[in-house]
Ligand binder design. Structure first.
Ligand code: GGG
Length: 365
């Protein structure tokens, strides 16, 4: 365990079900800190940023928001996006502003097949599947470079340019991260995903960097796929997947596919990491704000609680991180499931069950 005992966490519930699931995650964190008998605790500062904040203040977060987050040990994030604010405004004004502003360049998104969850995937070894997506989180298709021409070409003749940015440094650091991660896994394998037949500049650079870096990891198996074929591989041969590294957009799409195959987007956790630890990392479920079910108390908290486990692991509380994951598994094994997984339980019931299972699984963690 880490020497540090008091962790300062910036909490950004954000929008929609983000506000609900983040409370479930905090309940789990508080339970663990209480049970630690003073070994560690969490001090939370809540930030009201999000779409409501935008409607009142004309901005998704304060101007100095990124700077104010710098001194925290971690950021715990709910979700962003709500009707009334254009999605590109809310996403760029909050999540991307933080990820890019704090150089959280590695986004990891484990795909976990939990026991007791009805799978969408028909695979003989479905119970033993799990893999991890490594998403480049600072550039690629999310470079934000481009523009629209409003110069009066006439109706129906507007032009928009959206440029992807691939730098050798950006490619190298994420590819190296994926190889280092693969070395910690049972099967040491990295799959690189691009579309370099069609994207002949940036993604060819990515491929070249992948080939160069892979030479330094002779103990790690490699393969390379085009993103369309990789989408099919997720369904047809998921047993071949271990660590999958891809650009910002491609890994975002593939992680939704992976978690849907495992049962639901509601169970997918993620971490936006600054691996050098120069800045705080941010932990959030993969799912968005789900306005259609917001405020009803029926959202699945597993993705957000699983993200708390990734946060504890990052903070050095490895046993407690494992304990959370085992408690989640135990809960789904017992058939305690939200509606997205075919169950009838609400968010509070699932959260209480996970907390109830934390002590049960403690000795196994
Ligand atoms: N909790 C994740 C979340 O709110 N995601 C909203 C979203 O649209 N994200 C887009 C992205 O991650 O690229």
């Amino acid at each position: 365990m880490t020497d540090k005992k008091n962790f300062k966490i910036a909490v950004i519930p954000g929008d929609g079900i983000g506000k609900e699931v983040i409370q479930a995650g905090i309940q789990v964190l508080d339970y663990l800190s209480k049970e630690s008998n003073g070994n560690f605790d969490f001090e939370y500062d809540f930030f009201p940023w999000g779409c409501e904040y935008y409607l009142e203040n004309g901005k998704m977060m304060d101007e100095d928001g990124v700077e104010r987050l710098r001194d925290y040990d971690a950021i715990y994030f709910g979700a962003v996006g709500f009707p009334g604010v254009p999605d590109h405004v809310s996403l760029w004004g909050l999540r991307i502003a933080i990820c890019q502003g704090l150089d959280q360049w590695a986004n990891i998104r484990p795909v976990e097949f939990l026991p007791g969850v009805p799978r969408r995937l028909n695979h003989p070894d479905v119970d033993n599947l799990n893999w991890i997506l490594v998403r480049e989180n600072s550039e690629g298709e999310y470079s934000g470079i481009g523009g629209r021409n409003f110069s009066g070409r006439g109706d129906g003749k507007e032009v928009a340019v959206q440029t992807s940015l691939f730098t050798e440094l950006g490619c190298e650091r994420i590819i190296r991260f994926a190889f280092d991660l693969a070395r910690t896994r049972k099967r040491k394998k990295v799959t690189s995903v691009t579309k370099s037949n069609a994207q002949q500049y940036g993604m060819v650079l990515w491929d070249e960097v992948f080939a160069r870096v892979s030479k330094e990891y002779p103990d790690v198996e490699t393969d390379q796929w085009l993103v369309d074929a990789m989408a099919a591989q997720f369904v047809l041969h998921p047993e071949e997947l271990e660590v999958v590294v891809a650009s910002n957009l491609f890994a975002d799409i593939l992680s939704d596919l992976g978690s849907a195959l495992a049962g639901s987007l509601g169970i997918a956790a993620s971490a936006n990491l600054n691996p050098e630890r120069r800045t705080p990392s941010m932990f959030e479920s993969v799912h968005g704000s789900a306005p259609d079910i917001a405020g009803q108390g029926i959202a699945n908290p597993i993705g957000t609680i699983g993200s708390a486990a990734l946060m504890l692991d990052h903070l050095g509380l490895k046993e407690e991180a494992k304990q959370i994951n085992l408690a989640i598994e135990e809960t789904t094994r017992q058939g305690i499931l939200t509606r997205d997984l075919g169950g009838t339980y609400n968010m509070k019931e699932i959260t209480d069950a996970i907390i109830g299972n934390l002590s049960k699984v403690k000795t196994k963690a």
